[in-house]
Design a protein around this ligand. Structure first.
Ligand code: GUN
Length: 288
């Protein structure tokens, strides 16, 4: 069994991006600029945005965080988006989710200029991605593909079972892996799938993205399968100083010995997602 080290891959890709940025700057070109809009005081969102800011610094991007109060109205947020759409100094921007309840997230996503939508959430980017056209692909699916590529894991003709049909992970990753170049035969499972354990056990590649801690057990895994764990759940653990530990959707200790490759949680898919955002921002800069 080989552990897929997301931190190592993320560090390698971060160095590649930093080199490209340094070359751009040496040619006298403007530094890529990413803006994050953060509405309200959600603790997890503040942490994520902090990580994104730090990573921007590491690769040499300019980064700006617009912190707006929780009471910001939808119309004011739409005005801010309109301003960023038209700001030539901004290559890409994201609106950190979730938004306060009084704001319609879909309306906000659809207001972002697709050419600056480095989260890849706008329906135009999703549609282009599904059609195999150049598009900004969202962070988690792209991160998974980068891990498979880095470890040169064969995908052509393999049966990939995706557990979970969310718009941000299951659906896009299932679609991407079915496309030319990846060439998987894909099955997407969900809460209504009959005989789920038997279906998962036919997977050469299993992507667990259902959001249920330690759902995938060893009996569901074909010997030699590749297991990608997208889940991340806090479970109480009095032995930890924080009072919790992070677990994935896969029961790691019993599944790992059966796999050819497996991603740990934390340290697998997680560290890749910010890199995908950086890759998209660099591309947005290059396309302008
Ligand atoms: N909230 C959790 N993950 C994400 C993400 O990738 N992008 C945005 N905009 N919000 C998030």
């Amino acid at each position: 069994m080989q552990l897929i080290d997301g931190k190592e891959v993320a560090a390698a890709l971060r160095r590649e991006i930093a080199t490209e940025v340094a070359e751009m700057v040496a040619r006298g070109e403007r530094t890529p600029h990413l803006v994050a809009i953060l509405v309200g005081n959600d603790g997890a969102s503040q942490t994520y945005v902090g990580h994104k800011e730090k990573c921007c610094g590491e690769v040499g991007f300019r980064s700006t965080v617009l912190r707006l109060p929780a009471e910001t109205g939808e119309a004011d947020l739409l005005d801010e988006i309109e301003r960023l759409n038209g700001d030539d100094d901004v290559d890409g921007f994201i609106v950190q989710l979730p938004l306060p309840k009084h704001i319609d997230e879909q309306k906000i996503i659809e207001a972002i200029d697709p050419r600056k939508d480095v989260d890849g959430f706008h329906p135009e980017n999703v549609g282009r991605m599904v059609m195999g056209l150049p598009a900004f692909v969202s962070a988690t699916p792209d991160g998974i593909l980068q891990l498979l590529r880095y470890y040169k894991i064969p995908t052509a003709g393999k049966h990939c079972v995706v557990i979970g049909r969310s718009n941000i992970v299951g659906r896009p990753v299932a679609n991407l892996l079915s496309q030319k170049g990846w060439d998987c035969t894909v099955t997407m499972c969900h809460s209504r799938t009959e005989n789920l354990a038997e279906v998962v056990a036919t997977g050469d590649i299993v992507i667990a993205a259902l959001g249920k801690a330690e759902f995938v057990i060893a009996d569901m895994i074909k010997p030699g399968a590749v297991v990608i764990d997208v889940g991340i759940t806090r479970v109480p653990d009095p032995q930890k100083k924080s009072g919790f530990r992070l677990v994935g959707d896969v029961k790691f200790d019993e599944v790992a010995p059966k796999c050819s490759y497996i991603t740990p949680v934390p340290g697998g898919v997680g560290p890749m997602t910010i890199i995908s955002l950086m890759r998209n921002t660099l591309r947005a800069r290059q396309l302008r």
